[in-house]
Ligand binder design. Structure first.
Ligand code: PLP
Length: 392
């Protein structure tokens, strides 16, 4: 059956054919509660009525025109993103990795314009994941993702998250083009960076003239209950990248930059055939309206609090849980062992989640999840934790 499909993913046997809200079902009618949301994408859940209606309408009007023409949604979506992020100007992409590529290129171009063209290098963090294209891969830490594709971009230094002393030393010595940081490292086990580290990184970038890029592809766009995860630390980056939920499930990313960097790219410096088209931006508009005006962010906060309490209870009852991380609706449940088995058991029990960063169960439910659905998901988790022995 997989004869002509490259084996880059280990897929499940079931064929998913439909969904509504936080539920998905397969062709045989089996239903799951979706606590993974297409890996942080389906924030509006499945088949969101306003999204479906808007996309039906848009498909009949205009799907693609290229970036050489104006269409009704570019400015409106960019204005909303600027307002929500507190930054200034937006570049549209088709994915998270492309948003990071844009950010890395922008940082280098900034230094060319600023009269310091020798600033070419990048500093990133151990445990980072920024994407699969060669630029983003160069600042991604995991050796197994990088090594088969080397040589990558030279001049990248990795620093341990929360090691403020080493970060200071490296930024002062190397004077890189940019520091790239995920405020919550999603792929390495939902690792929270401390607010102190985020603030220190901001201060050091100011001191050394380093462009500070926050990759909020997984943690941003309302996921934590704030628009950006770093908002809670009171830290504004120079550049933020977003993707995953921003297009309501359609492929979309953005790079948003501050005022000082807004003129860095000039016509011809960067581009994309598909990005920012009317179809995907109509979806983004619905997502941003739901988030900003229709109470979705309040639901993330309320359900996030419910999830935190539920997981803390489970941690109290099951010693196999050794740690909890994340905020809002991005949560990591660290286990002493057995996360892979647990994910399989949960799947059999009707709950979709996944494992990341070793023995961490990752939960990324849709922002529209209801109180009852969340409670049901926690019950399924409790039932299946009972089957996991305390020690491996
Ligand atoms: N950055 C972060 C923090 C991510 O979690 C991901 C994907 O998981 C990416 C970048 C890459 O995004 P994409 O798969 O849309 O290229």
């Amino acid at each position: 059956m997989d004869e002509h499909v490259m084996s880059t993913y280990r897929r499940t046997e079931e064929v998913l054919v439909g969904g509504r809200g936080a539920q998905v079902w397969d062709e045989k009618g089996r239903v799951w509660l979706d606590f993974l949301g297409g890996i942080a994408v389906s924030a509006l859940g499945h088949s969101h009525p306003r999204l479906v209606e808007a996309l039906r309408d848009q498909a009949g009007r205009l799907i693609h025109v290229s970036n050489l023409f104006r269409h009704p949604y570019t400015e409106e979506v960019a204005d909303r993103l600027a307002k929500l992020s507190g930054l200034e100007a937006v570049f549209f992409t088709n994915s998270g990795t492309e948003a990071n590529e844009a950010a890395l290129k922008l940082a280098r171009k900034h230094h060319v314009r600023a009269g310091s063209p020798e600033r070419r290098g990048f500093v990133a963090l151990e445990g980072s994941f920024h994407g699969r294209t060669l630029g983003s891969l160069s600042v991604t830490h995991t050796a197994k993702y990088r090594e088969p594709f080397e040589p990558l971009i030279p001049g990248v230094t990795f620093v341990a998250p929360d090691d403020e002393t080493r970060l200071a030393e490296v930024l002062r010595r190397e004077r890189p083009a940019a520091l790239i940081v995920e405020p919550i490292q999603g792929e390495s086990g939902v690792r929270d960076l401390s607010f102190s580290f985020l603030r220190k990184a901001r201060a050091l970038c100011d001191e050394t003239g380093t462009v500070l890029i926050h990759d909020e592809v997984q943690s941003g766009a309302g996921r934590t209950g704030d628009f950006l995860a770093a908002d809670a630390a009171g830290v504004k980056p120079d550049v933020v990248t977003l993707a995953k939920p921003i297009g309501g499930g359609l492929p979309m990313g953005v790079m948003i930059v501050n005022r000082a960097l807004s003129g860095t790219f000039q016509p011809g410096d960067h581009g994309s055939t598909f990005a920012g088209g009317p179809f995907v931006l109509r979806a983004a508009l619905v997502f941003l309206q739901e988030l900003d005006e229709r109470g979705l962010m309040e639901n993330v906060r309320a359900r996030g609090a419910q999830l935190a309490t539920g997981l803390a209870d489970l941690k109290g009852d099951f010693p196999v849980i050794t740690g909890l991380s994340g905020r809002g609706l991005i949560r990591g449940v660290k286990l002493s062992h057995g996360a892979e088995q647990l994910v399989r058991d949960l799947h059999a029990g009707g709950l979709i989640a996944n494992r990341t960063g070793g023995d961490v169960l990752r939960l990324l439910p849709p922002y529209v999840i209801t109180e009852d659905e969340l409670a049901r998901g926690l019950d399924i988790l409790r039932e299946n934790l009972k089957g996991l022995p305390e020690r491996a």
